[in-house]
Write a protein that binds this ligand. Structure first.
Ligand code: SF4
Length: 319
């Protein structure tokens, strides 16, 4: 078996920052920390932190008054922030700056009187957070068919934004339909689908013609991981989304010579390594890493954490 290992793959700058943020919170406050929703959509990562004593909650009222609450990489709506204030929680915001950018765009367009068409997936944490910034001014559209159903007058003041982890091609299809129906529709100068999503999709699109099977390391609820799997499926390849080597089924590789391996933006390298080890051991795989784009993005920790770390360091020097 020949394995093509896609690069870039796995952790993006936002996920790295969110995980570093939680590690740093544990170091400063101890493990009795609460996180609003999964820190990132990955089972391995969430299980690891749960074992360390971190509690993931779906609602702010589950957090004891005065406790430390971390907002996950996907961002939260103002209603959540208000509920946390009312409970006097000490909050740390690990929202990815590229998600925050979409929130800011939503607020700006709503203040300027636009109605916003948010291209995204219903129920995703990021979509819920963004829509919460201006609920009366945002309509979710998931497909070109949804655009056909819109009943705004032809000359309405409209703008569109997108979830950061969409399929570049599917989002383009929705945008094309929007621009056909509403040629005046505004959009931000720089697109919202983030660099990490775009680069991981580009790697899979570039390498998939050489492969018979696609393995995507990532969790079922990870939007960007699912989009990677769908690229393989759309081309008629066997394409599988898995949390780790334990889920591999030998039948996937019947008649396959080349397997393309990648990982979603929230999947850690350790699960990729385990998968490669399985393929080496059970299928005699040779691994060839192929880089289609370079990535050098890094986000600093949130200011409140950096300040805490500084205070700590100053305290340590004083003693
Ligand atoms: S996938 Fe993109 S938007 Fe989401 S956390 Fe990573 S860098 Fe940020």
């Amino acid at each position: 078996m020949r394995v093509l290992l896609a690069s870039p793959r796995g952790f993006c700058a936002g996920v790295n920052m969110a995980i570093e943020c939680l590690d740093e919170c544990i170091r400063i406050f101890g493990p009795k920390i609460f996180v609003y929703h999964e820190i990132v959509h990955n089972k391995y990562v969430v299980d690891k932190f749960t074992q360390q004593g971190v509690t993931f909650v779906d609602e702010v009222h589950e957090v004891p008054e005065g406790a430390v609450l971390l907002y996950s990489a996907h961002g939260v709506s103002p209603v959540v922030r208000e509920a946390a204030r009312a409970r006097k929680l000490r909050t740390i915001d690990a929202t990815c700056p590229l998600v925050t950018k979409v929130h800011i765009e939503a607020i700006k367009y709503a203040q300027e009187g636009y109605h916003i068409l948010l291209i995204g997936h219903e129920g995703h944490d990021e979509v819920i957070g963004t829509m919460g910034e201006a609920p009366a001014s945002i309509t979710l559209v998931e497909s070109p068919e949804d655009v056909d159903q819109l009943s705004f007058p032809a000359d309405s003041k409209l703008a569109y934004l997108t979830q950061t982890t969409l399929s570049v091609e599917e989002a383009s299809a929705v945008i094309r339909r929007l621009e056909e129906r509403f040629p005046q529709v505004e959009h931000p100068p720089k697109e919202d689908i983030c660099y990490a999503t775009t680069n991981r999709q580009f790697a899979v699109r570039s390498l998939i013609p050489e492969a018979d099977v696609l393995l995507v390391l990532g969790s079922q609820n990870s939007s960007n991981s699912r989009r990677l799997m769908e690229i393989g499926q759309a081309l008629g390849k066997g394409a599988y989304l898995l949390d780790g080597a334990g889920e591999i089924q030998p039948a996937w590789f019947e008649g396959a010579e080349t397997v393309l391996v990648t990982a979603g933006a929230s999947a850690p390298q350790v699960v990729v390594d385990e998968c490669l080890e399985y393929l080496r051991t059970h299928h005699g795989a040779t691994i060839e890493e192929v880089t289609t784009r370079d990535e050098h993005v890094h986000f600093p920790l949130p200011r409140e954490l950096r300040q805490l770390a500084k205070l700590e360091a100053a305290g340590a020097q004083g003693t």
